[in-house]
Write a new protein. Structure first.
Length: 719
């Protein structure tokens, strides 16, 4: 039988190059000539075979292949080997982040070894081709970071899939029937990937926990936590360990601490708070001189380094605050009981005591361990009522603190602090966890009162350790640092707000730039664009973080700053308490590298917790709007992209998208420079910050996504 020839012509040399490279990669030790390569690719046409030879020579020149002897080629696998972190993306744009901070390298899915997002891997860099980005292949997974995913179970007769919206995974997870762990169709579940065969499209997993039915409030909140790799339940063994801690204070402790039990002391916290980290004491010492005590729960008296409770607290690094619950860093016996500075109970504290005059000038300060008894548990609303009426329990003390706090606050802003005083989105929730109302919580003077004295204590502690006398060696300490925003981000912010008619200088001293920012924030208050401008101002800033390398705190305008005042809910504060104790007793400096690693972990967990909080707010906003499909609202255009418009509703701040397909009166093009979509035919424009009336068309809880359509818009026509 006559062999049928393949008459396919490969005129595209780039496609041919990729096909040839893929052939050599599959057998990197194999040696082949152009005839063998042509046969493998089913290329019979003589002219195309000559093209194969030409491409082989080009690939050799580019050092992607090696000519081991005349006419015989082998894959060049002698590229650099590097270690780093793998970033998996559902769109296939996988990347490798080198440990040394070098160039980010693209990793094609076929060369990924099915590494998961966050895995530490070893890669081999391919010889770089001219005029192309570097490419590499994962050759070893050194450390697996995450193989747990959250999704919804879809069960067929003999098998199931976990359908996930995870941005790092393009394919659903196949779950064998015997690995469902009791999960039912439609359940929200957590799966562990146990295998991903080389040729398989889908990873294979097993269900490790069933969170509940889709739509159930507890299940959805736990899913948000699990999605960010955060714990959603407390280990029983750790809770039991906390139950065994004695609630009695030994007589020896009273002897070693300064006694503040007879001095007027109170807490000021949110209405629903149970973990009272801090209390304030007030005592009149002399004419125009006050003793103000900032008393912080002495958590490290109860939680010892490297015990079971401490290990769990470090792993969590922070309490997580979702819209309807708190997931505590410490077991409730400690966070709401032993350590919480509850009214009429004797409590152990780590305190900063200030002598301060009527001009809020600090005459002296000292850091010491104390025992206190809170006389009153105030809510912010109760303290605010005293400030506004001048009447109530301990009104003289509250009014004194408020007067001093106002001076401290004014002085801080004059020194260059940024005035970010944003409202919080809150929900009234029914017994099933369903949001029935959205409201906004704004900071008032009672909030500022507490804030200023906490800032003062944190600053005093950082200065006590960080300010080193001449000739003395600096000791390792944990600081809360905040870098100055980059010039590029400030320029972008300036260009953005100019669309609303605001002008801002981006050059000059730190304080002059900050004063400009504060001026813009003040001018935008009460206007539709206020929330948008405040959000973008925050985004233009660097993120604050923990570090042993002090560079100061730009946002607060403090050269020395730390976190000392919330050890019940933040692990860095516990670290600071322990270092303070060691250094105040004359102890040696600790290992900087070890503590810097701890700082990085705490900063990372803090960001995860913030992301989870934001996701829970977004979920409740979508759930709230799901009951309002078809209703019309006034809003402001809060974002402009090539795929549509983001609109924030004025009344409830629920942000959704008008997809490009809903703008069907023209063909709209994205003008990135001018933050607008412009119609090609009629020249109508949708600009950032413009008012618009929308109708709610869809609320997708699984994706936490709202879709709107335009109803009424004051059209802008380009001149």
């Amino acid at each position: 039988m006559k062999k049928k020839k393949n008459n396919r012509r490969l005129m595209n040399s780039e496609l041919l190059s990729e096909a040839i490279l893929e052939y050599f990669r599959k057998d990197p030790k194999g040696i082949y000539n152009y005839k063998q390569v042509s046969n493998a690719l089913q290329i019979d046409n003589p002219n195309d075979r000559l093209t194969v030879l030409s491409v082989l020579e080009t690939l050799t020149e580019d050092e992607l292949l090696v000519e081991v002897e005349r006419g015989k080629y082998r894959f060049n696998s002698l590229g650099n080997v590097s270690t780093g972190v793998f970033q998996r993306r559902s769109n296939g744009n996988n990347a490798f982040i080198p440990d040394n901070g070098g160039t980010v390298i693209r990793i094609a899915e076929r060369n990924s070894m099915h590494a998961m997002d966050g895995d530490r891997v070893k890669i081999q860099l391919y010889a770089r081709r001219r005029r192309s980005e570097p490419e590499a292949e994962v050759i070893e997974i050194i450390e697996s970071k995450n193989s747990m995913f959250v999704g919804t179970l879809q069960i067929s007769h003999n098998y199931a899939f976990l359908v996930t919206e995870d941005r790092t995974l393009a394919n659903d997870i196949f779950i064998p029937e015997d690995k469902l762990n009791g999960g039912k169709n439609g359940d929200i579940a957590v799966a562990r990937i146990v295998e991903w065969p080389e040729k398989a499209k889908n990873p294979i997993g097993e269900i490790v926990d069933v969170l509940g039915v889709t739509g159930d409030n507890n299940a959805e909140m736990h899913a948000i936590l699990a999605d960010f790799g955060l714990p959603y339940k407390y280990p029983l063994a750790v809770e039991q360990a906390a139950e065994h801690i004695s609630d009695s204070i030994p007589a020896s402790e009273y002897l070693e601490r300064e006694d503040f039990r007879d001095i007027v002391t109170f807490t000021i916290d949110p209405r629903d708070a149970k973990d009272f980290d801090d209390a304030l004491s007030v005592r009149h010492l002399a004419e125009n001189i006050w003793e103000i005590g900032v008393h912080i729960a002495d958590v490290t008296y109860y939680v010892k380094p490297k015990d079971m409770i401490d290990d769990e607290a470090f792993n969590r690094a922070t309490s997580v605050y979702l819209v309807d619950r708190t997931i505590p860093m410490l077991p409730e016996r400690l966070s709401n009981g032993l350590c919480s500075l509850r009214q009429d109970e004797e409590k152990l504290c780590f305190s900063v005591i200030f002598n301060i005059n009527d001009n809020a000038e600090i005459l002296s300060s000292r850091i010491l361990r104390t025992v206190i008894r809170s006389n009153r548990r105030f809510t912010y609303e109760e303290a605010q009522a005293i400030i506004e009426t001048g009447a109530g329990d301990f009104c003289d003390e509250v009014l004194t603190l408020n007067r001093l706090a106002l001076i401290l606050r004014d002085r801080r802003f004059k020194a260059g602090a940024v005035d970010f005083d944003r409202f919080e989105v809150k929900f009234d929730i029914d017994e099933k966890g369903h949001p029935v109302n959205v409201y906004f919580k704004e900071s008032k003077e009672s909030n500022h009162l507490v804030e200023e004295f906490m800032l003062l204590a944190n600053r005093a502690v950082a200065e006590a350790i960080g300010k080193t006398p001449h000739g003395k060696t600096k000791k390792t300490f944990v600081y809360r640092i905040h870098e100055q925003p980059s010039a590029d981000k400030m320029l972008n912010f300036s260009q953005f707000i100019s669309k609303f008619g605001y002008k801002m200088k981006t050059t000059g001293s730190k304080s002059s730039i900050t004063k400009n920012i504060n001026k813009i924030l003040e001018q935008s208050k009460g206007k539709p664009e206020q929330n948008l401008i405040e959000t973008l101002a925050i985004r233009s800033m660097q993120k604050a973080k923990y570090s042993t390398h002090n560079i100061g705190h730009y946002g607060l305008a403090f050269p020395y700053y730390t976190h000392f005042t919330s050890p019940i809910r933040r692990y860095p504060d516990m670290i600071v308490h322990r270092l303070l104790e060691q250094y105040l007793k004359g102890g040696k400096s600790v290992n900087a590298e070890h503590y810097e690693d701890m700082c990085k972990h705490c900063s990372s967990m803090e960001q995860l917790a913030a992301n989870a909080e934001h996701a829970s707010i977004k979920y409740k906003q979508v759930e709230f709007m799901k009951d309002r499909i078809g209703q019309v609202f006034d809003g402001v255009i809060s974002g402009v992209t090539e795929w549509g418009l983001y609109v924030e509703i004025n009344d409830n701040k629920c942000e959704g998208m008008i997809p490009m397909r809903a703008l069907d009166d023209d063909y709209y093009e994205f003008d990135e420079k001018n933050y607008c979509l412009r119609g090609r035919q009629h020249r109508h424009t949708y600009r950032l910050g413009d008012n618009i009336r929308i109708r709610v068309t869809q609320a997708n809880l699984q994706r936490k996504q709202l879709d709107y359509e335009p109803v009424e818009y004051r059209r802008n026509i380009d001149d």
